[in-house]
Ligand binder design. Structure first.
Ligand code: MN
Length: 165
């Protein structure tokens, strides 16, 4: 779901989200990277399994809630992606210093460093300026969406489940 290219944001996920929404949005973001202006149709990806060009793509999941971590990892690994988990924004920045990813799924509310600040810091690095970042949020709050755009996120999805925090 393309929200605003000009704001460098490609979509949002709103909690609570179905596993297929998380899957579809992630695949769309990865597909845009792979296919450029020809986004892969989510139905194709979900129905036929992802193409070999998406298999093994590396996703960094940044999420402080352990249950959400587990659910998202299961969905993403089940789709044939490689997943690494960071528990907050500063941990994500450390990981991004030493490893390369194809996309980031970013929780907004986290201890130590939240998703907004982490995204802003990522975007200050030339090497990471075009890294697809998908916000994961609990609510379809208009303010969240605007702040995600302003921070430089590409897309926005709801979380697989919505426990406190
Ligand atoms: Mn959180």
């Amino acid at each position: 779901m393309v929200v605003s290219k000009s704001a460098d944001l490609e979509g949002f996920l709103i909690k609570p989200v179905s596993p297929s929404m998380l899957f579809d949005t992630t695949m769309n973001v990865l597909g845009q990277e792979v296919y450029g202006s020809r986004p892969r149709m989510a139905a194709d990806a979900a129905g036929a399994g992802i193409g070999s060009d998406l298999l093994g793509k590396r996703v960094l999941l940044v999420e402080d809630n352990q249950i959400n971590q587990e659910v998202a990892v299961e969905i993403l690994k089940g789709a044939g992606l490689r997943v690494q988990v960071a528990s907050n924004g500063s941990e994500a920045l450390s990981i991004l210093d030493t490893a390369t990813f194809d996309a980031v799924l970013m929780d907004l509310q986290m201890p130590k460093m939240d998703g907004f600040e982490a995204t802003r810091r990522i975007r200050t690095q030339d090497r990471l300026r075009d890294l697809p970042i998908v916000a994961m949020t609990a609510n379809a709050m208009a303010g969240d969406r605007e702040e995600c755009l302003a921070a430089g996120m590409n897309d926005y999805v709801s979380k697989p489940i919505d426990p406190p925090g």
